[in-house]
Design a protein around this ligand. Structure first.
Ligand code: SF4
Ligand code: SF4
Length: 582
């Protein structure tokens, strides 16, 4: 085993789980958290699994903890919304073996539908929040968080952000901790059975626990003061600490690694030593509000720094030191690279036809959400995992449906999202006499996060054979009469099927079975454009394939296909009116 390595924050969290003696880890993939479980699964001493959604992952973790095992549960920030039901009551029961819940937040929404600040969950659920600033801390803080979890009988929220999860830095390794005793089941109903009578006794203990954690935070190794020049003192956390050190090397810093509950005395002592106190934190004024409530004079916080998006050293320097200084943005001048369906993606043909029919598409979260972007622009709503079917159901119950296709709703959801939380929406829709058309795009993977296994793929996270959930059979078992299949690469068939189901006055499910071309490396002979036949009408460019490019010459323009990208799906050829692609 090497003694050190350069690891991403997510790789380091996995390493930390291994070294700290974690026995079970569960997760649902979601950027920026996905690589945590992918890397945990490489440690054979840890049982790890993908769960169908974050609530189930949390429940699996709670069971493991109650059985006395050290446990790690991981998800992206919005996943905690799904897991919150289990989490909030687990805060009352407390743990058996230590449990760390990793919430990977995504300021600037690199790959998310919102940028909620999950430190608020710590305050809301009354559990401690730990935040690393680099990969070494990401590894070490997992062990510390598990110790806090066991000492204070509480789950611990371990919050990272995209920049910590995906940045790489040097990490020193240690041996795996050997547990003093094996997991065992202990029947303790007052602790683990949250009937009102037991729950009422627990609530005061939870409040006492927060007071004890406050006292711990005052001298915890997670929090530290780095005194320098006393003109400016900065209270900060996470990746923002690195930016502050870069931008303001002269400033004194109170770095908070435990960001809830806060160490009141430490903050007051620090504030008393500096002329001006700045609170610099991405997203919500989480510290700032609490620090102001302590009666501490905060010179600047959210009056200077946005509630939205990510910070950078340049931004902090501009705001604090030299507001007139403009440092060159390294990203300036680079061409934009908007995301698009991969060449050959099975979703392309579906969205080409949905756009043609001008229906309202109630979308969901996955690769197919890219159907909202130009030039396709045929996905009209997307709120949260699994919402598409319920939303389409709600729409269809308030809209007068005639023959006007623009007033018809098609719900579009992928296989992994269907297993995550779409199934209950479909059951509701059939139970409550829904009339929508539901398209389940089954590409046999969790595509958007890089191709993870799910209950439909026939494999577990560790690569063992597993069941392969049969979506058409599930839909029929729910009581849906009309379940049909289409080939997404046959545009005529897609259009005919959609037209027929849109005219059908009952709920119908169209299952699109076509494996992800990227994950399964599917390709056919590449296509070519005949420049003699191509009129440069750009119709094929509307299918949004990166293999296609427009060549513009003086008085002539035509399309070319990059043979290194094309996988021969034929969708572009099917939309060309001049038979120029073959
Ligand atoms: S649709 Fe056909 S004719 Fe039009 S630009 Fe593409 S290849 Fe050329
Ligand atoms: S056939 Fe056309 S749409 Fe399909 S991958 Fe090749 S260039 Fe892209």
């Amino acid at each position: 085993m090497p003694e050190r390595a350069i690891l991403s924050g997510n790789e380091a969290i996995a390493r930390g789980a291994y070294e700290a003696g974690v026995v079970l880890a569960s997760a649902y993939p979601g950027t920026p958290s996905t690589e945590i479980l992918e890397n945990v699964s490489k440690y054979k001493d840890i049982y790890s699994e993908w769960s169908p959604n974050e609530k189930v992952a949390m429940e699996v973790g709670v069971g493991s903890s109650i059985a006395g095992a050290r446990t790690l549960v991981a998800m992206k920030h919005v996943g905690v919304n799904v897991a919150a039901d289990a989490l909030f009551t687990f805060s009352y029961t407390g743990v058996g073996g230590g449990l760390v819940l990793v919430s990977a937040d995504d300021p600037a929404m690199h790959s998310s539908q919102n940028e909620q600040d999950n430190r608020n969950y710590g305050k809301f659920a009354k559990i401690p929040v730990v935040e690393p600033s680099d990969s070494q801390e990401a590894k070490e803080f997992v062990g510390l968080a598990l110790e806090i979890s066991e000492e204070f009988d509480t789950p611990v929220l371990f919050r990272t952000t995209t920049r910590v999860s995906h940045s790489k830095s040097l990490v020193s390794f240690a041996e795996r901790r050997v547990a003093e005793k094996k997991p065992e089941l202990v029947k303790d109903m007052p602790k683990y059975t949250m009937l009102p009578a037991f729950g009422r006794r627990k609530h005061p203990l939870v409040e006492e626990r927060i007071e004890k954690l406050k006292a711990y935070a005052e001298s915890s190794p997670l929090n530290r003061i780095e005194m320098a020049d006393t003109k400016i003192g900065v209270v900060t956390n996470g990746i923002t600490y690195q930016y502050v050190k870069d931008a303001l090397p002269e400033a004194s810093v109170l770095k908070l690694g435990m960001t809830y509950p806060l160490p009141t005395k430490l903050i007051k002592d620090f504030a008393a030593q500096v002329d001006q106190l700045y609170v610099i934190e991405e997203l919500d004024p989480f510290f700032e509000e609490q620090i102001r409530l302590m009666g501490v004079d905060v010179a600047h916080g959210k009056d200077l720094f946005s509630l939205c998006g990510e910070f950078s050293p340049q931004l902090i320097r501009e705001k604090v030191v030299e507001s007139s200084l403009t440092l060159q943005d390294v990203a300036e001048g680079l061409p934009a690279r908007p995301p698009a369906f991969c060449p050959g993606c099975s979703h392309r043909g579906i969205f080409t036809i949905l756009k043609k029919l001008k229906v309202f598409v109630s979308g969901d979260i996955g690769c197919y959400t890219l159907g909202a972007l130009p030039p396709i622009q045929a996905l009209h709503s997307c709120v949260c995992m699994g919402a598409s079917i319920g939303m389409a159901h709600g729409m269809s119950h308030v809209i007068e449906t005639g023959d006007d296709l623009t007033q018809k709703t098609v719900a579009v959801i992928g296989d992994s999202t269907f297993f995550h939380s779409g199934m209950t929406g479909l059951l509701n829709s059939v139970y409550n006499k829904g009339i929508s058309v539901v398209m389940i795009l089954d590409n046999r993977t969790t595509g958007m996060t890089g191709g993870q296994e799910n209950p439909g793929t026939g494999k577990t996270l560790s690569g063992e054979d597993a069941i392969s959930a049969d979506i058409p059979a599930m839909a029929r078992a729910f009581g849906i009469q009309e379940v049909v299949a289409v080939d997404p690469y046959n545009l005529e068939e897609v259009e005919d099927t959609l037209r027929a189901e849109l005219a059908n006055p009952q709920l119908s499910v169209i299952v699109v079975e076509a494996p992800c071309v990227l994950r399964y490396r599917i390709s056919k002979p590449v296509l070519k454009v005949d420049p003699e036949k191509c009129t440069g009408c750009k119709r094929c460019l509307q299918v949004s394939c990166n293999a296609l490019s427009l060549i513009e010459e003086d008085d002539n323009s035509y399309v070319e296909i990059d043979p290194n990208l094309c996988v021969g799906c034929t969708v572009c050829a099917q939309v060309c009116k001049f038979d120029a692609i073959s």
